[in-house]
Design a protein around this ligand. Structure first.
Ligand code: SDX
Length: 374
């Protein structure tokens, strides 16, 4: 047994998975063997969600049944709607998101049943209801009327409808759909590993996803897409970008939306998301962010050889779609529920309690001195 410490489990392989493969050397990410770029161009998010959860792309009748199941489960209980409506307006939407999943767990009749069939039924309910509750908070905190989900709208269309009361153009919906596909799954990232660790004690799927959301909130992980927007707002104008980013690097600051534990020559999802970011900038006739984006990216690569990750193009894209900045990571949540759920079910299928060792570096053994002598 080696007692060499690998902080952050850097480079350590802890288990195997059949769900996705990240190949940094050839800049590739595949879900169940399909390249994400291929999936983004030829599929919608529901097809990819089905693939991540079931291992195969659906045929027409399987997709119709899956979409039906999701639509049937989109509504949330009056109880949950009222809880969301009365949450402190200043709550961070990621804290609201994790609370929503916890309440769904309290309401679910199969919470303690970890059988594969019960887990899949719970996944459908969590996957279908979480966006509805998140959209409810998006409106409630502004004092706006909550808009219930609508049938016959796609997952992406329905989220826009519940947030804004209308569905945007096909091109905007497609860009959003692509972002959901790109966010769906990414092997043993920290929130997924959190979910697997919670599952390894045979705890339930609601608890595992609640923990994963707490992990995703962190700015080193999913919270980065929100921080990217805060950075762009501080830069304000394209002409400030070059000076701003060089000053940040001079101060050794961590620049959000850049770098990755696995990808060291660039995140394989960025070219696809960048393409749709540019499309949305053009549709919204707003070139400011793309100009800031390009300057910061070129300085980061030239000066530090650090490449953008998926959060870098996604942040400004969501801003141009009209979402509040602190809702960017909850959007990551509604997509990544698919990847987390697939890993939770995979962990159950071949479980071993996750319990690493630690190297002790505290005080030597010593005797207790009684209180009146201390
Ligand atoms: C996601 O794991 C996944 O798959 C996650 C994800 C997914 O789909 O689930 O891909 C989603 O979380 C993407 C990452 C989003 N996070 C950020 O954008 C936050 C900014 N990025 C950094 O914090 C950092 O790049 C990490 C945390 C993402 C990865 O860092 P590592 O692998 O722990 O490496 P490190 O922090 O030790 O950095 C190595 C060097 C350091 O310099 P030295 O101390 O060696 O001189 O690179 C530097 C770092 O300072 N560095 C950065 C940097 N990222 C790394 N310097 C400035 N800005 C950065 N963003």
């Amino acid at each position: 047994m080696s007692d060499e410490i690998k902080k952050g489990l850097l480079g350590i392989v802890v288990d195997e998975t059949t769900i996705s493969q990240v190949m940094p050397d050839i800049n590739s990410l595949t879900y169940r063997g399909y390249a994400v770029q291929d999936l983004c161009e030829k599929c919608n998010f529901e097809e990819v969600a089905y693939l991540v959860l079931n291992g195969e792309l659906p045929n027409k009748s399987e997709l119709k049944k899956f979409k039906n199941q999701l639509e049937k489960n989109r509504n949330i209980s009056i109880n949950l709607r009222e809880i969301v409506r009365h949450m402190p307006k200043k709550s961070h939407p990621m804290d609201v998101a994790r609370t929503i999943v916890s309440v769904l767990g309290l309401e679910d009749k199969e919470t303690t049943d970890n059988s594969p069939k019960a887990n899949m039924r719970k996944v459908i309910r969590i996957f279908a209801k979480t966006p509805t509750a998140i959209a409810a908070f998006f409106r409630a905190r502004k004092g706006k009327k909550i808009i219930p989900p609508k049938r016959n709208l796609s997952f992406a269309e329905n989220f826009f409808y519940m947030c804004f009361g209308k569905v945007p153009s096909k091109d905007i919906v497609k860009a959003f759909d692509v972002s959901l596909i790109l966010y769906a799954e990414h092997s043993f990232n920290v929130s997924t590993f959190t979910a697997r660790t919670i599952t390894s004690s045979l705890s339930d799927i609601h608890g595992a996803i609640t923990g994963a959301i707490a992990s995703l909130k962190g700015p080193l992980h999913g919270g980065a897409n929100e921080e990217v927007m805060h950075m762009m707002s501080k830069i304000k104008k394209p002409e400030n970008a070059f000076k701003w980013i060089n000053k940040a690097l001079d101060k050794k600051e961590v620049v959000m939306g850049f770098g990755h534990r696995v990808y060291k020559k660039g995140d394989s999802r960025v070219p696809t998301m960048e393409k749709y970011f540019k499309k949305v900038s053009k549709i919204q006739k707003d070139k400011k962010f793309i100009k800031i984006y390009d300057v910061v990216k070129s300085v980061m690569i030239e000066r530090k050889n650090i490449h953008p990750n998926v959060d870098y193009p996604t942040g400004p894209t969501y801003h141009l779609m009209g979402f509040d900045t602190d809702f960017f990571t909850p959007i990551f949540v509604i997509s990544r529920i698919t990847g987390w759920s697939a890993h939770i079910m995979e962990q159950h299928a071949a479980n071993k309690l996750i319990r690493p060792l630690s190297k002790y570096s505290g005080p030597d053994h010593r005797k207790v001195v009684l209180l009146n002598q201390r």
